[in-house]
Design a protein around this ligand. Structure first.
Ligand code: E4P
Length: 227
């Protein structure tokens, strides 16, 4: 499963990018607004951190087809070929996905709450569809089940569109969809940090070092003992 950072905090992106095996960064208008900087400046910085080969997701703002297409073209020309244009999965959005697909611009159908939206975005040529798992949970439905349903629908229909599951609030939600073979997930930094936040893990690592240092001396490492 591909894994993305869902954030525009440059410090957090730099930190996580260095640690984890990640595939790119996703943003939305709310996330960009939260960064407190001009979106162009923020997105160019993110591109610099992740390099030209990783995927960067940027959302188009207008609600009309022509405006979405214009935003999509501007986004790709500003941030490079590996930039995916996020487009809300609504009627004008489907029209824009079809047009951008014809121009070779990669799109992601976002704001997906139902399998029907995902189906239409896939048919319109979106490379990804982004269901908002936790927001679906909060509406009283089972977000994990709906994400799996969308995955099955796309697979059985023979679409190459991948599910990019979004809006997580805990690592169990991520693990559930990972185990099902979902194509991609995007998570806020706190969720990614939570993947291995576990006192048992920390205690095991500390015990190894304590045992070794007790036997061979404080601060000794394999390198220091092998020279
Ligand atoms: C991704 O496409 C969405 O913009 C994002 O993950 C939504 O997350 P939230 O529900 O935590 O705001």
């Amino acid at each position: 499963m591909k894994l993305y950072i869902d954030d525009a905090d440059l410090g957090e992106i730099r930190r996580l990018w260095e640690i984890y095996p990640l595939d790119g960064v996703t943003t939305n208008p709310t996330i960009l607004a939260r960064s407190g900087r001009h979106p162009k400046e923020t997105l160019l910085e993110i591109r610099k951190i992740i390099g030209d080969d990783a995927e960067l997701f940027v959302q188009a703002l207008p609600k009309d087809m022509a405006g979405i297409i214009a935003d999509g073209e501007a986004i790709v020309s500003a941030f490079g070929a590996k930039t995916v244009v996020k487009i809300p999965s609504v009627p004008e959005g489907f029209a824009a996905m079809k047009a951008l697909n014809r121009k070779g611009i990669v799109t992601c159908g976002t704001a997906v709450y139902t399998p029907m939206q995902a189906y239409l975005a896939a048919k319109a040529g979106a490379a990804y569809v982004a269901p908002y798992l936790n927001r679906i949970d909060n509406m009283g439905f089972d977000g994990v089940r709906i994400v799996k349903q969308i995955h099955d629908l796309l697979q059985k229909g023979g679409y190459s569109t991948e599910v990019l599951a979004a809006s997580f609030k805990n690592s169990q939600q991520v693990l559930d969809i990972c185990a099902y073979g979902i194509g991609a997930a995007t998570c806020a930094p706190a969720i990614i940090d939570g993947f291995t936040k576990n006192v048992a893990i920390d205690a095991a690592v500390d015990a190894f070092i304590a045992d070794f240092e007790k036997a061979y001396g404080k601060g000794e490492t394999m390198k220091s003992l092998l020279q």
